[in-house]
Design a protein. Structure first.
Ligand code: UDP
Length: 410
């Protein structure tokens, strides 16, 4: 192995990192994998990301940039299936991955798996290849169940997560909080866990002058609140909707909700019904999926971006909003306490109760509207989260594992 160059097999078995973002199974983790793979390739590493083929129209190999590619492998029918159903195809996925590796004469220095399903695959490949396995769960089943909002994580998931924690060389988490949860709920040894935050694409996410952004989107004057994310009960959009009637002082206040695909239809319907009950249906727009390249217009057009989640493993959307110069009100989840400068670039409120969210939003809406300078200073506050920095942090963590004496596969 070249000391400074790693050959990395990245695993994202259930979720295609180039799928539409904001859909049921493609959110922050997909962004993380595609951005990180791209940046690691740029820095001279070789990255192959393996995922399950879910659409016959997809090419088997997709370029993710310099020395980084995505490889689709057959595992069950080539169609979208629920992530729990992917579990039964993992043996086929693992065998096809090994065949692809052998047929193409590939060797890897490390396996970096994402989410519990890929953790299962990584565990086997680690034994076959005798190379270290580093896992990143992105969300943890036991934590999700402790919160008790939305679909319960299965016992199978929790057992698989526990096995992956035991068998892998290292676990990477994005926050101190996630590290504590791994220790407390999974018995992970503290020195096996490395913390590297997530990043933001500072080139895509740039401030656009507010009025120009509004014009482009056909939005009128008046205060605008924005939510961006998968439409999932854990995201707490209901709490945010309940905050709106408490913001009567801001006449003409509008709320834009971005995210949600055909698989999120029932949750969108539940939220629509709630807007009716709260008599705010004419003030809330469900915008559906928006391509990331268009999101800077929405972030820049908004006065405040809100992250009302019950749980976040990090809080990417807050970073994107700040990169566009728009302040954020967020529940105290993920890494938001470190991302947001209290009273300066936004507010982190204690719980995601409608009153706490409304209080934080009111503080920001009462300020004079931000100008170009304030947008740029908000953006400057998160410079350290560029993918170039984050990729270096990830490489330090991966290298810690490759230092262990393991003989690469023949
Ligand atoms: N996203 C997007 N379009 C949408 C909704 C979300 O591009 O319509 C992106 C968003 O920019 C962010 C990611 O999806 O990078 C975050 O999704 P989410 O909040 O669902 O994160 P997760 O909960 O999966 O970590």
């Amino acid at each position: 192995m070249d000391e400074n160059r790693l050959r990395i097999a990245m695993l994202s078995a259930h979720s295609c990192p180039v799928g539409d973002l904001g859909a049921r199974d493609t959110g922050g983790m997909s962004v993380y994998i595609r951005e990180l793979a791209h940046e690691l390739g740029k820095q001279g590493h070789h990255v192959d990301v393996y995922t399950r083929a879910h659409d016959p129209a997809d090419r088997q190999i997709v370029d993710l940039g310099q020395q980084a590619r995505l490889i689709h492998l057959k595992a069950g029918e080539e169609e979208q299936i629920h992530k729990l159903a992917v579990y039964s195809y993992l043996p086929e996925f693992t065998c096809n991955l090994e065949n692809f590796r052998k047929n193409n004469g590939l060797r890897y220095d490390i396996i970096f798996s994402h989410y519990w399903l890929s953790g299962w695959v990584g565990k086997y490949l680690q034994q076959w290849w005798q190379v270290p396995h580093v896992v990143m769960f992105h969300t943890l089943g036991a934590v999700k169940n402790a919160i008790g909002i939305g679909e319960d994580a299965s016992e199978l998931r929790i057992v698989t997560e526990r096995e992956a924690v035991n068998d892998c060389q290292r676990v990477i988490v994005a926050t101190e909080r996630e590290k504590e949860e791994l220790i407390r709920r999974y018995g992970a040894p503290p020195d096996k866990i490395g913390i590297v935050p997530c990043g933001v694409n500072m080139e895509i996410f740039q401030p656009v002058a507010r009025m120009a952004a509004r014009q482009k989107l056909g939005l009128t004057n008046g205060k605008i609140l924005l939510f961006v994310g998968r439409i999932d009960p854990l995201k707490g959009v209901d709490q945010l909707l309940k905050a709106i009637p408490r913001l009567q002082d801001f006449k003409g206040l509008r709320m834009i909700i971005i995210g949600g695909d055909e698989y999120s239809r029932s949750e969108v319907e539940r939220l629509r019904k709630l807007t009716g009950k709260l008599k705010i249906q004419d003030r809330v727009t469900f915008q559906g999926l928006i391509k990331q390249e268009q999101l800077p217009y929405f972030y820049s057009a908004a006065d405040v971006c809100v992250v009302p989640s019950y749980y976040e493993s990090f809080g990417l959307v807050a970073l994107e909003s700040l990169a566009c110069g728009t302040p954020v009100v967020a529940a105290d989840v993920g890494d938001l306490k470190n991302i947001i400068r209290q009273g300066e670039t936004g507010y982190v409120v204690d719980g995601n109760t409608p009153q706490n969210l409304a209080d934080g939003i009111a503080l920001l809406l009462s300020r004079p509207p931000g100008d170009v300078d304030s947008a740029l200073s908000i953006r400057d506050s998160i410079n350290r989260y560029s993918w170039a920095n984050i990729a270096e942090g990830v490489i330090s963590e991966l290298s810690l594992s490759t230092d262990r004496q393991m003989t690469p596969v023949a």
